[in-house]
Design a protein around this ligand. Structure first.
Ligand code: ATP
Length: 247
């Protein structure tokens, strides 16, 4: 049987500042339990797509003017980001966004601020440290003094502390050395397999994303130009030529 789709984006248009049409009819589906990658170059519309889903466009004067976004069969376009978190969908923004003056552990605990079950929160903190041993070592450090890779881990760990069903992960590889990128994706895979968390991730690094993802969508200029199983996209001559830097 076909896998159940957790998230469906149907033909959405996004306009910024009432005039700039940035998404020109984007559709995608995210199967439950998958890692689905949203690929494409700078400015293709990846971040805009994620923000449309988590309803974070308003603060940037953007709006979805057409189409629908459905999570577990329910239209969610009108929900604010907090309500979406309650439904189990959380976004990890591009550029990490840690609380720099808090310690690593305090940052992680902010991800559980709506929860009152302190024993379970403590258990989840251990779960996060098991996936990110580096964060356990650095737990007393002020987040602002940790490295870019560690801050990416903090941002992901904090998202995990809300026990999400789906994580929208924006550009996890940004600014990281290749070895660290590999490490971050290894953790994404481990969390996907270990906790059953579904991922929709935006990534410019097509190569690494298609090695770890199950499905991929390639965006160009606000449109999906190709999609399919990651293993098929990896073998596709156009993808090889234009996105994988080999022909
Ligand atoms: P990046 O890797 O740079 O984040 P992206 O694929 O995520 O690229 P978006 O950030 O979604 O692309 O941007 C898509 C287009 O929308 C770009 O042309 C960008 O200039 C434009 N854009 C993004 N944010 C705004 C905004 N707040 N107001 C107007 N235009 C915007």
């Amino acid at each position: 049987p076909a896998p159940e789709n957790l998230l469906e984006v149907n033909n959405i248009e996004v306009i910024y500042n009432h005039v700039i049409l940035v998404l020109k009819g984007v559709s995608l589906t995210v199967p439950k339990g998958s890692i689905t990658a949203l690929l494409g170059g700078n400015g293709a519309g990846k971040t805009t797509t994620l923000k449309a889903i988590s309803n974070l466009l308003a603060s940037e004067r953007g709006e979805v003017t057409k189409g629908s976004i459905v999570y577990r069969g329910e239209a969610v376009s009108e929900l604010n980001p907090a309500a979406l978190v309650k439904k189990g969908v959380i976004q990890v923004m591009e550029g990490r966004h840690c609380f720099e003056h808090l310690t690593v552990e305090e940052n992680l605990l902010t991800g559980a601020y709506t929860r009152s079950d302190s024993a379970a929160v403590k258990q989840d903190l251990e779960m996060v440290y098991d996936y990110f041993p580096r964060l356990r070592e650095r737990r007393k450090s002020q987040a602002g003094y940790t490295s870019g890779g560690e801050q990416q881990m903090v941002a992901m760990g904090r998202a995990l502390m809300s026990r999400p069903e789906t994580i929208l992960l924006d550009e996890p590889s940004m600014g990281l050395a290749p070895q660290l990128v590999e490490q971050i994706f290894d953790i994404v895979k481990a969390v996907n397999e270990g906790e059953g968390v579904t991922f929709l991730l935006a990534e410019q690094n097509t190569n690494v994303a298609l090695r770890f993802a199950h499905y991929g969508y390639i965006l160009e200029n606000g449109r999906v130009v190709m999609d399919g199983e990651a293993k098929d996209l990896r073998e596709n001559p156009d993808v090889k030529e234009f996105y994988l830097g080999m022909s």
